[in-house]
Design a protein around this ligand. Structure first.
Ligand code: PLP
Length: 448
C-alpha cells in the first residue's frame, strides 16, 4: 500500500509548528552554542534549570562514573548509593522537620506525588474525608492533569478543563503589585489574604481540606513574585488551625535559586511536603523530588507501610549522582553567596536601566530569580493588550541579540501583565550580569 508521506521539517514534535528553533550543539558556562557557532547568553537557565551553567566538568564526571558502576536498579527491589547520599544531603539533618526524600523525574511528577502523599497521609490517620485542596489563582504547578488542576493558569487549563480534577479550589495570590488595595499596608494585605484562606476552609468545611499548596516565590505565571513579609506564617497558621498540610512547590524557586537552599528558609516556616526539581539536577539529568516531613513519614510507616505511588524511574542512580554532584559544587564553590551578591547586582542594574522606563512597572525577585513587568501605563499599572504579543516579541528581539530570557504573562500564559523572567546560572559574573541587562534593555525597546 502506498501511503502519501508529508515532508516534515523536523521529526521532533516541536513546541511551535510554525517556527523551527535553531539547534543547540554545545555550551560552556553561561553560554549556549548553536549549530554554526553563534553563542547565546543563557539568562534564564531555560526555565530556572541550569543553575551551574553548561558542561560543568564535575557533573559530567559524576554522571560518567555512575554510568560505569550502575545505570538502573528498580526501586521495587533495591535502593542505591547515589539516591541514599542525595537524600542524606537534602534532609539528613531534618531541616524544618523534613525527614525523607522521594525522587522522581521532574517537577510535575513531584507535584503529583505531593498531592497523592497528602491524600494518603489523611487516609493513614483516619481522616478519609479530607479530599479538598486549596491553591492560588496565579500559580503554575505543572502540566500533568493533577498538577494542572492544582495550578491557576486559566489559559493553560482551558483546553483540558473537562479532564481536570474538581478537588482543587483557588484563592488570591500574594501579589502586592496588583493585589494590594491602594494605601493598604503589607500587614493588612497579609491579614486580608489569610482571612480569604480561612473563608475558603469554611466554605469547603475545614475538616474536608487536605492541604494548601503554593509556590514559595511565584515563578512563571507572575514573574518572580516573593511573598509579602509574614504571608507564609499567616497561611501556615490557618492550615495548622484546621489540621491541614502545607505543600510548598519550590520546583522553580528552590535549590538555591533565591539565595538559600530552600526558599522557605527566608519565611520562618517549613512545609509538610515540598516539591523540588529544575535546579536539583541543574539540567544535567531529569530529576525532581518530594521532601517529606517526619510526621507524614511516620503516619505511613505506622500505617499501611508504603506510599501507594510509583514510577519506573524512581530514584534513578544517574540523575541522583548528577544532583548530588550539583550540591557538592554549590557547596565547594560557595555559590549561594554568589547567588546573593549577583542577585543584588542584577536588581541594581535592572533598576538603573529600567527604573525610569515608561513601560516597566515593577522590578522584583530574590537572589538570581528576578523579573521586570511591562505595563502600558505605570501610574495605573495597566497591562498591555495581549494582542500585541509583547512578550513573544521581547523574547524574539532578545534572542536576535544573543540573549535567552523567559517571558511570561500576557499572551503566553493568559495572565495579565507581560513580564520577563531572568534566572541566570549561579556562576554568573558581574560582567555577564551587565551584558544581560544591556541586551535586555535593547530588546525591550526594540519590541515596544
Ligand atoms: N511547579 C512549578 C512552580 C514550575 O515552575 C514548574 C515548571 O515550570 C513545574 C511545577 C513543573 O515542572 P516540570 O516542567 O519539570 O514538570
Amino acid at each position: 500500500m502506498n501511503v502519501a508521506v508529508t515532508p516534515r521539517r523536523s521529526r521532533v514534535l516541536q513546541r511551535s509548528s510554525v517556527t523551527l528553533p535553531p539547534k543547540a550543539v554545545g555550551g560552556h558556562g553561561v553560554w549556549l552554542v548553536e549549530e554554526g557557532g553563534r553563542e547565546v547568553l543563557d539568562a534564564s537557565g531555560g526555565a530556572a534549570v541550569s543553575c551551574l551553567g553548561h558542561q560543568h566538568p564535575a557533573i559530567i564526571e559524576a554522571i560518567k562514573a555512575q554510568a560505569d558502576k550502575l545505570c538502573y536498579a528498580h526501586t521495587g527491589f533495591f535502593t542505591n548509593e547515589p539516591a541514599e547520599a542525595l537524600a542524606e544531603k537534602l534532609v539528613g539533618h531534618e531541616p524544618g522537620g523534613l525527614a525523607q526524600a522521594y525522587f522522581v523525574a521532574g517537577g510535575s511528577e513531584a507535584v503529583e506525588a505531593s498531592i497523592k502523599l497528602a491524600r494518603q497521609y489523611f487516609l493513614e490517620i483516619g481522616q478519609p474525608q479530607r479530599t479538598r485542596f486549596i491553591a492560588r489563582t496565579q500559580s503554575y504547578h505543572g502540566n500533568t492533569l493533577g498538577a494542572l488542576s492544582a495550578g491557576g493558569n486559566a489559559a493553560r487549563k482551558a483546553p483540558y478543563a473537562p479532564l481536570l480534577s474538581p478537588a482543587f479550589s483557588h484563592v488570591s495570590p500574594a501579589f502586592a503589585y496588583h493585589g494590594a488595595e491602594p494605601g493598604e499596608s503589607e500587614e493588612a494585605h497579609v491579614a486580608r489574604l489569610a482571612a480569604e484562606l480561612e473563608a475558603e476552609f469554611q466554605r469547603l468545611g475545614p475538616q474536608n481540606v487536605a492541604a494548601f499548596m503554593a509556590e514559595t516565590v511565584v515563578g512563571a505565571t507572575a514573574g518572580c513574585v516573593p511573598p509579602p513579609a509574614g504571608y507564609f506564617k499567616a497561611m501556615r497558621a490557618v492550615c495548622d488551625r484546621h489540621g491541614a498540610l502545607l505543600i510548598l512547590d519550590e520546583v522553580m524557586s528552590g535549590m538555591g535559586r533565591t539565595g538559600t537552599l530552600h526558599a522557605w528558609e527566608q519565611e520562618g516556616i517549613s512545609p509538610d511536603i515540598q516539591a523540588i526539581a529544575k535546579g536539583l539536577g541543574g539540567g544535567y539529568q531529569p530529576i525532581g523530588a518530594v521532601l517529606v516531613a517526619g510526621r507524614v513519614v511516620d503516619a505511613i510507616e505506622q500505617g499501611s507501610g508504603a506510599f501507594q505511588h510509583g514510577h519506573t524511574y524512581l530514584a534513578h542512580p544517574i540523575p541522583c549522582a548528577a544532583a548530588l554532584a550539583v550540591q557538592h559544587v554549590i557547596e565547594r564553590e560557595g555559590l549561594l553567596e554568589n547567588v546573593k551578591a549577583m542577585g543584588e547586582l542584577l536588581q541594581q542594574r535592572l533598576a538603573a536601566r529600567f527604573g525610569n522606563h515608561a513601560h516597566v512597572g515593577d522590578i522584583r525577585g530574590r537572589g538570581l530569580f528576578r523579573a521586570i513587568e511591562l505595563v502600558e501605563d505605570r501610574a495605573s499599572r495597566t497591562p498591555f493588550d495581549p494582542a500585541r504579543k509583547l512578550n513573544a516579541r521581547i523574547k524574539k528581539e532578545a534572542f536576535a541579540r544573543g540573549l535567552a530570557c523567559y517571558p511570561g504573562g500576557g499572551t503566553l500564559d493568559g495572565v495579565a501583565g507581560d513580564h520577563v523572567l531572568l534566572a541566570p546560572p549561579y556562576i554568573v559574573s558581574a560582567e555577564e550580569v551587565g551584558l544581560i541587562v544591556d541586551r535586555l534593555g535593547e530588546a525591550v525597546d526594540a519590541a515596544l
